[in-house]
Design a protein around this ligand. Structure first.
Ligand SMILES: Cc1ncc(COP(=O)(O)O)c(C=O)c1O
Length: 399
């Protein structure tokens, strides 16, 4: 079989072939699980030689990974045109924090979107603050007006588009253009779309971060994260991750690679089912806003249309006249939706979300109660029938 590395590929093909170098797979399809702390050298000269280069593809020591991790990192890099490399982390949160630490220093300020994932906010408000790094939150819909917020010590802009509770789509190219002109680094939490639906570096982002725990793994059984960047930030991203001692186990990297191979078909099914359900919900009298980037209710919907090539399976909707109890009755009545925080797996989930608690720049003033759904790979008609039972319980509670 010829090496397919230089053959142009559609994304589905890319997900199947990425990182499967012959020297890493040998005669089998998947790069095997190389479990190792110690890597052995033939002699002292080769041990000394090993110190001279620091890149994937060379055995050195367990913390620098083996073909199992290198293959996954390479496959993720190949999904982001313009990328120089990808670092892997033991969770999505570790990827966010590791990437931020690679570009920030005491005295710096970071501008953070107000809809950022709550643990990302918490890291900024606590850990970064302790390090003498300040954070200012901005309206996710600010676009090019972010220029007005930039100060002398603004060093980084953290974006998350869409936000994972309220789903605003940011004008990523406009924000990144302002940042580039000001010499500021941009980091995007790209977990919802993945590089498949939003190749972040091509839209001007410097560091594209993914909680691979979600769609890349796809089976709710592994925590893992990635950060991908171009040449300017690659060296410091890599060195910082290494200095922090970040390493992903080969077993987890193997499972993430296995998930990646089917990302294309899973994402397309998540997309189709979520859209069907979102439209069904929009027609229900009990429902107000359906915060799905592909629906006009969602702030920034037109930016989604302009910049994204698809939508995934996570969105929220508003139960009109819902309160804590009636919303709980709705969710508790669901049989096919589990109640749990993570998402991107093959199974559907529903949770109550309360964005007002996690805002400081732009208050969340919507009435009603929000429910967030992760639409899995069950038949969408079964999921719709289940949600209809939820509405029955919601009504019973209200009457
Ligand atoms: C948008 C977003 N980013 C990052 C993370 C963190 O990922 P992990 O759970 O792998 O740490 C999550 C987890 O839910 C998330 O929703």
């Amino acid at each position: 079989m010829a090496d397919s590395k230089d053959t142009p590929k559609q994304p589905g093909t890319q997900a199947v072939t990425g990182g499967r170098r012959k020297e890493w797979t040998e005669a089998v399809v998947n790069p095997p699980v190389w479990r190792a702390s110690t890597h052995l050298y033939d002699n002292v000269a080769s041990l000394r030689e090993g110190l001279k280069t620091n890149e994937d593809g060379r055995f050195f020591y367990g913390r620098r990974g083996s073909p199992t991790q290198w293959s996954l990192a390479e496959a993720i890099t190949e999904m982001e045109p313009g990328a120089a490399g990808t670092m892997l982390y033991p969770s999505g949160s570790a990827a966010v924090t590791g990437a931020m630490l690679s570009v920030l220093a005491p005295g710096d300020e970071v501008l953070m979107t107000d809809n950022a994932y709550d643990p990302t906010r918490s890291f900024a408000d606590n850990f970064l603050k302790r390090m003498g790094i300040s954070t200012r939150y901005y309206d996710p819909l600010i676009g090019a007006d972010i220029a007005g917020l930039i100060k002398e010590n603004t060093r980084a802009i953290l974006l998350e588009s869409p936000g994972s509770l309220t789903f605003e789509i940011q004008d990523v190219p406009a924000i990144c253009a302002v940042a580039r002109d000001a010499g500021i680094v941009t980091l995007l939490d790209n977990t919802w779309a993945t590089s498949r639906f939003f190749p972040a570096l091509s839209h001007g982002v410097d560091i594209s971060i993914i909680a691979a725990t979600k769609y890349i793994v796809g089976h709710s059984d592994v925590m893992i994260g990635s950060a991908t960047t171009h040449g300017k930030y690659w060296h410091r991203l890599r060195r910082t991750a290494q200095q922090l001692g970040q390493v992903v186990s080969p077993d987890d990297a193997y499972l993430a690679s296995r998930g990646l191979r089917t990302l294309e078909v899973r994402l397309k099914q998540h997309e189709a089912s979520a859209l069907k359900i979102a439209h069904w919900l929009k027609a229900r009298p009990e429902v107000g806003l359906v915060l799905h980037p592909a629906l006009p209710d969602c702030p920034g919907h037109e930016l989604w249309q302009r910049d994204f090539s698809g939508s995934s399976g996570l969105f929220s909707f508003q139960l009109l006249d819902g309160d804590e109890q009636s919303r709980a009755a709705f969710i508790d009545a669901l049989a096919l939706f589990g109640i749990g925080y993570s998402w991107g797996g093959y199974e559907s989930l529903a949770i109550p979300v309360d964005p007002a608690k996690h805002r400081s720049a732009v208050p969340w003033n919507e009435a009603g109660a929000l429910v967030r759904l992760n639409i899995g790979l069950e038949d969408p008609d079964d999921l719709i029938a289940d949600l209809a039972k939820g509405f029955e319980a919601f009504h019973k509670f209200q009457s």
